[in-house]
Design a protein around this ligand. Sequence first.
Ligand code: SF4
Length: 468
Amino acid sequence: MSKETTRNKTYWLETYGCQMNKAESGFLEYELQERGWSQAGSPAEAEVVVLNTCSVRKTAEDRIWGRLGFFKAEKKRHAFRLVVMGCMSERLKQEILDDAPQVDLLVGNFQKHRLVDVLEHGDEAPVADRSSNRRSPHHRSVHQEAHLVDPGEYRFAERHSLSGFQAFLPIMHGCDNFCTYCIVPYVRGSEVSRSPESIIEEIRRLQSPTDDPTRQVVREITLLGQNVNSYSYREGDRTIVSFSELLRRVVPILQDKTWLRFLTSHPKDMSVELIELIAAETALCRHIHLPVQHGSDRILEAMGRKYTRGHYLALVEKIRKTIPEVSLTTDILIGFPGETEEDYRLTLELMKEVRFDDAFTYRYNPREGTKAFELGDDVPEAVKQERLSGVIELQRRISRAGKRRKLGTVVEVLVEGVSKKSSAELLARTEGDEMVVFPGSPDRIGSFVRVRLKPLEGSTLRGEPIGE
Ligand code: SF4
């Protein structure tokens, strides 16, 4: 990189996909700003444009290809460096090298933490840098190295963004489950757990007192991992720190009132110990996101989920008995290869039985390189769409009925921002991860407020602040 380019030190960062990507982008921004970079007002003003990409669904990749087209045109208007980082750089590196000459740097998931060094001292580049020698064997070996990196070499960022009242902290990286439809284990590698000291140190830092008036007090911390229930860190020779043990260590260090959340749980690994801990510790939000994916044992097996419908229902029963006020949300994947009407019916039945508070529903689309890809994609798109609509409609009814049952109750909410519909109203979230809208001024953003729940408008809960 030339001196001319580094002088300005402005960046534009776009993040696609999951919370893990958002957390890693937070770390990148933190590091860039620590080293004197500032955020550009628009891509056109940036010296460096970074796309932190997602490969989980084809729609995400299509969107990013669209952005690459946009930046190709932008490059004709002004000079900047275009960086593609994250899962697409892992999965589609050769396609990007072949078809997107506008991309200057490709940064895989195991190299993200080195990006700022590379931007500032291009000579240390550990990533594929087209501007040096695009087709050299060295270039290819660099990429292969990225793929063969030992999981232990993944480096957790020590700090994430220091702004805002919500913090997302990765505690694990990668996944060992290899659900047959999922690309994550191939692009993020095997599971590796971050040390408890590093997690605790970061939380202490996030909540430490500050004279900086722009820094908000952190009120909500979300611990992130593809499957947090399998968190496992070996301390010394013998002791294994489990996820429950990690939570037991984190809860006492939280300052003042803080909500602690975690994402994502896997039904095969969710322990009774963890359920009882959530019931016992008020700092742990009474919300569990427990992706079921499907209601048919045949499909669950083909998906490689490693639990049955019966196991899932028994787990839900245990959770509801132990934490009666819990909010349960899920993911449901429709149209997996071989899915029949009967499989679909079983999914609807399971939804009616569990009565999830909310569900993220999506259509199957094949990801090359996964095991399910070899099964073909035999459920016609129109059928997938029809079934998906049925699932969405059922969930909408269940969610509305669940919300109606809560009307008149008083709940505590954390204010997240101003409503898009009215600047006189605030958007807040309950412990159970439900949005509530109520009148108030923006100076309450980042604080807890008690509200009484009023009748819904559409599917949105409305509230009335208490004691005002
Ligand atoms: S648990 Fe399954 S769906 Fe989740 S990231 Fe791992 S392989 Fe993908």
